[in-house]
Design a protein around this ligand. Structure first.
Ligand code: SAH
Length: 363
């Protein structure tokens, strides 16, 4: 029977998590089901984190059987958790094609932040970042970004609740803009989605100046990894992203960014001993960002095997911070978390030396 619902949906089944809302509505319509079933199924996927269609108990047995015959949910079964001595947890998920992606759970006082990845590897080649040395394996799809959140929630301990999400894991979020945006739209959906407040989400970019404006409609916070205060320095440290936009172009895009009232931009700045951590660097940084509603996060370099850079001593970090603060700009020093499991900033990548495997959390 041409055109009957079964024929329409007998194409190779997509995983339910790979469908956006309108694709899900099409699937529901193709089955000849009432439209409200779209929200029901999406609610099972994103609010209740169902792993099987059998769990969807407000669908009749027959409907669940129909759905199971045509499609699967598509949750990733394979996740290994590495626990750091400071209780940071790195989750390594194996994707359908065997590639691995990493997300990091970072508890800190009253916060529990999840750091998510947007690419396997990275488009960029920043020399101080382990992920940058891997090259790009591929972009993540929206559901593969969301899977990191669902899996992290599945691994929370009693009494834990995610409070913040940062797109600061592997990859350059703005190089995978569409998938990242779709993931954020689903995560912030409060009809059938988990209803994340965009204020609790931060997207970090190495500086794809022309795409900053595309972050604004998502309502999330924007962080820009400056890391250098002259074009020469930036070209050396971050050649690919420097090739896309000079510091001048990047800062102009930052000044033009339509910040919502009471919000501010974040500038991240990796401190590399003897390279970009001198008083003159701090003074130039102040000049570059003066007048922008912003704060600065200073990130002392986290080493990884084979890296040529060094972490500055604390006194140099504090001196740098003092210069920025004296100029009236808030500057914070990012605590380094999860370094013993290569879970800290810039340490994510396909490196799991034996000493890390021994930290495997088997609970
Ligand atoms: N590609 C995006 C997001 C991932 S990196 C970006 O560049 O913003 C998240 C942050 O970690 C960035 O600010 C980056 O500059 C910083 N970082 C990268 N490698 C680091 C390292 N080895 N030590 C400390 N911070 C690092």
């Amino acid at each position: 029977m041409v055109g009957c619902p079964m024929n329409t949906v007998s194409r190779p089944a997509h995983h339910l998590l790979s469908l956006n809302e309108s694709e899900m509505a099409e699937l529901v319509a193709a089955f000849g089901w009432p439209a409200y079933r779209t929200g029901q199924i999406l609610g099972w996927l994103y609010q209740r984190r169902a792993r099987t269609i059998a769990e969807m108990t407000d669908l009749s047995q027959a409907d669940r059987a129909t759905l199971s015959a045509r499609t699967r949910i598509g949750r990733i079964p394979d996740c290994v958790v590495f626990r750091s001595a400071d209780s940071t947890r790195k989750l390594v998920l194996t994707l359908e094609d065997g590639l691995e992606v990493e997300a990091v759970l970072i508890p800190d006082n009253d916060r529990l932040t999840l750091c998510v990845s947007t690419q396997v590897g990275c488009t960029l080649d920043c020399g101080f970042c382990l992920t940058g040395t891997m090259g790009l394996k591929r972009n993540l799809k929206p559901h593969e970004i969301i899977e990191q959140v669902l899996t992290a929630q599945d691994h929370l301990e009693a009494g834990e609740r995610l409070s913040n999400m940062v797109f600061m894991g592997m990859g350059e979020p703005l190089a995978n803009l569409n998938a990242m945006s779709e993931a954020i739209r689903r995560l912030t959906n409060n009809t059938w989605g988990p209803g994340w407040s965009p204020r609790r989400i931060t997207v970090s970019t190495a500086g794809l100046a022309s795409r900053l404006k595309d972050v604004a409609p998502l309502g999330v916070n924007l962080a820009v990894s400056l890391n250098a205060t002259t074009d020469e320095q930036r070209a050396r440290l971050m050649p690919a992203v420097h090739g896309m936009a000079s510091l001048k172009t990047l800062l102009l895009a930052c000044r033009r960014y339509p910040l919502a009232p009471h919000r501010r931009l974040t500038f991240e700045y990796v401190l590399l001993a003897g390279v970009n951590d001198l008083a003159d660097d701090a003074k130039r940084l102040v000049q570059l960002i003066r007048g922008i509603r912003c704060k600065v996060n200073l990130i002392p370099f986290n080493p990884f095997p084979g890296s040529v850079f060094r972490r500055p001593p604390d006194r140099d970090v504090l001196a740098f911070q003092a210069i920025v603060r004296e100029a009236g700009i808030d500057a914070f020093i990012r605590k380094s978390r999860g370094r013993d499991v290569l879970g800290a900033c810039g340490q994510l990548g396909n490196q799991s030396p034996p000493f890390i495997r021994s930290n495997l959390d088997t609970n």
